[in-house]
Design a protein around this ligand. Sequence first.
Ligand code: ADP
Length: 840
Amino acid sequence: MASLDMRTVLFSFVLINILSSLVILFLWIRYRNRYKGLGYLAIAFSLQMIAYILIIIRSWLPLWISIDFANALSVAGIFTGYIGLEKYTGRITSRIPGYAFLALLAILHIIFSYLKPDPTARYLIISLAYFILFGRCAWLMIKGAPKEMRSLTEMTGYVFAGLSLLSLFKIVDFIIRGHKPADYFNSDNLEAVVMFTYQMFIILLTISLSFMLNRHLLSDVKSEEEQFSTTFQTAPNAITVAESPSGKLIDINESFCLLTGYSVSEAVGKTALELSLWKNTKDREGMIEELLKNEVVHKREFQFRKKSGEVYTGLYSAKIIESKSGRRIITSVLDITERKKLLDTIRYERNLLRTLIDNIPDPVTIKDTEGRYLLNNKAHLQVIGAERQEEVIGKNTFDFFPSKEAEIYNRDDKTVLDSGKMIIDKVEYARHADTGFPYWHLTSKIPIKDDSGKAVQILTISHDVTERKRSEDALRETDEFNRSLLRTIPFGMDVVDETGTILFTGESFRQMFGNECTGKKCWELLCDNRQQCTGCPLMAGIKTGVTEICEVSGILGGKVFDIYHTGMMYHGKKAMLEIFHDITERKRNEGELIRSKEKAEESDRLKTAFLHNISHEIRTPMNAIVGFSNLLREPGITREEHDSYTEIIARSSNHLLSIVNDVIEISNVEAGRLKAATAEVSLRNLLNDLHQQFRPMAAEKNLQLTVDIPVKGEVSHISTDSTKLIQILSNLLNNAFKFTDTGNITFGYTVKEPDIEFFVSDTGIGIEPFEQPRIFERFYQVDSTVTRMHEGTGIGLSISKAYVELLGGKIWLRSAPGRGSIFYFTIPLLKNGHELNYRI
Ligand code: ADP
C-alpha cells in the first residue's frame, strides 16, 4: 500500500491554511464594519497557519518552538476563533473557564515536555484540547447562536462538529491502537488520512464561513431593503424618485399621494411640471439649477400645488444619486402649511405678548430659579432706574434694590418656587430707585412650571397702589373726621333710604331716639303717632344734592322739629340725610310773641276806646258842673232850684273825682305801686254801711237790694285793708246797678275755709260766656262803643281784680246773658285763738 507522504500532506495543509487565512482576512476587511468577531477569526486562521509552518520547518528549529510553541499557537488559534464566533453571534460568555482551560493545557504540556517528557501524553492532551475547543465551537454555532442566526451558523457548526469528531477519532484510534508516532513526518497512513480529512474540514470551514457571511449579508440587505421600502412608504414626507435628467417620476410614496391627491398611476411616468406640482415654475427652475450644481438641495421652503389646486407650503429637499439603473433625483417634501400657520400664530402671539408686557403700565418680570432676570418690561425699567433691557437680563434683584428689599423679594420668590403656589396681591413698600420716593405696590408672583410640574421660573407683576393708598388714607382721615363730627354735633342725624328705613344714625340721634334705630322706619321712632309725617319729603321723592327743610310737629311728645334733609347716595343707594333741629322753644316764643303783639294791639285798641270813653265820661259831669254853676249865677233862681243845682254839681264832682281816682289807681296798679293798709274790719258794719249807701240807688231804679250776712257766731271780723275791700264791693255793686234794670241785687259773704268768699249777684243783662274771661282786663267793656247804653271806663273790674289779688284772693264770675251775673272773690282767712282774726 502506497503511503501518503506526511510532509506533502502537511505542506498542502499549510498551503490550504494560508489560502483559508487569506480568505478569512478578506472577509474581515470586507465585513469588519458590519459584523463583529471577524478579526478574531482572521487571527485564529493566521495562528493556525503559523503553527503548521513551524511544524513543517521543525528540522531547522529548536524543538520547543516546533513542538511546544506550534501546539500552543494552534490551540490559541482555535480559542481565538471561538472568541471571534462568540462575538459574531453576540453570545459572549465568561472567558475565565477558557483561560483556565488554556492554563491547564499549558501546565500539562510543560510537564510532559520538560519535567516528564512524554510525547504520547502531549499528543493526547493536544487532541483532547482540539476535541473540546472544536466541540464548543460546534455547540455555539448549532445551539448557542440566537435562533434567528442559527440558519446561518448551523452549517459552520457542523464543520466544527466534524473537526471535533475527527479529534475524538484520533484519541480513540490512539487508545485502540496504542502506538505513538515517533516522528510526526513518519506517521502512518491513517494519520495522513486524518490530516487530509482535517484539511478538508478546514476548507469546508473556510467555505462555510464565507457562506455564512454572504448569506448574512444577503439577509441583511433584504431586511434593509424592506426597511427602506417601509420607511419610504410610511415616511411623513412626500418622497419621489425621478429619472435624471428627464424628471419623470419613477416611484412615489403614500405621503406624496395623500399630500398631493395624485394616485400612483396618475403620478408615475409624469414630471412635476406636467403635474403642476410647483406653484411658481421659477422656483423649480432655480431649484434644478442649484441641484445640478451641488447635487443636493437642503430644506428649502417653496410653495406647491395639490391636484385640487390648493396651494401649500413645503419644506423641500432633493439629492441626485447614481444607481445601477442611472441617475436618480430623490426629493422629499414636508407639508409645513400647518406648522407655518402655527409658527405665524406663535410669532404673532409672542409679539402680542411682548407688546402687551412692554406696554403694560405695571412692572412685569420673569426670573429663573437663581433669581436672574430673564425678561422685564419698560415699566420695570423705570422702577429700577435702568434704560435698556440688556442692562437687566442676567442680573438679579440685588443689583438694583437695597439688600434688605432684595432679600424680601428673593424670599418670596423662593417660597413660590418651592411650594409651586402663587402669591397674589401682596402689599409691598419700596422706594423709587431714581427719585427715592416711597411707593406701595401690590405684587403677585406666579410660578411657571415645566412639563413635570416643577416651578422653573417665576413671573412677577406689581401694581403701583401709592395713589390708592394715599386716597385710602385720606378717606380714612375724612372718615374719622366725619365720625368725630357725627359724635360731637349736637343735632340728631340719620340717613334713611327711599322707604324711610334708617340706614345710619349719629350719636345725638341715638341719644334722642334710642340705640336700636337701624332698620326701623324713621317715623316709628320719631313721630308720637308712629305715622309717616304729613309733609314727609320722601313722598315727593329724594332729590340728590338738594337741601330743604321741613317742619314736623308731634315728635318726642309734642315737640316741633325742623328737619333739614339732603338727597345723597349712601353705599350706592339713593338715600336722604336728615338733621333734626328742635325748635319747640322757638315756636313757643314765637307764639308768645304773637300773643303779646296781639295783646299789645288789643291793649292799644282798648286804650283808644278808653280815651274816647274817658273823655266822654269826664265831659258829662264836667258839663253838668259847668252848666249848673252858671245856672247858680242866674238871678232869680229859687231856693229849691239852688239846692237842686248844687246837688247836681256835688254829685257830678264826686263822679268826676271817682273817675280820676280810678284812672290814678289803674296807673298805680300798672306801676305795681299798690299797697295794702291792714286793719281789723267788722264785716257786718262794712256791709251794712254799703247797704245804706246803695239803698237810694236801689230805690231810684226800683230794685231790691239785699245784704246777705251770716248768722251770729260766724266770722264777722277780719284783718284786711277795709278801703280796698269797700272799693271792690262798691265797684261790683255799681256794675250790678248799672247793668240791672229789674229784679234784685244781693251781696254778702260766706266762710269757705281757708278763705272767706264774698259775692255780688244781680238779675241784670248778664255776660256772654266768651266775654267772661276778658272783662277783668283793663279798659275792656263788652260794649266799648261811644254809643253804648251804659257809661263806664272799663277799668273798675281790673282795679277790683288787682285789689283782690293784692289782698291774697282771687276773683271770678258766673253769668248767663239775660239772667244776671254773680261775681265772687275770696280773701284768705287766718285764725288767731278763739277770736276770729283775719289778716292779709
Ligand atoms: P265799666 O266802668 O265799663 O263798668 P268795669 O270794669 O267795671 O267797667 O266793667 C267792665 C265791663 O264788664 C262792663 O263794661 C260791662 O260790660 C261788664 N260788666 C261788669 N259788671 C257787670 C254786671 N253786673 N252785669 C253785666 N255786665 C257787667
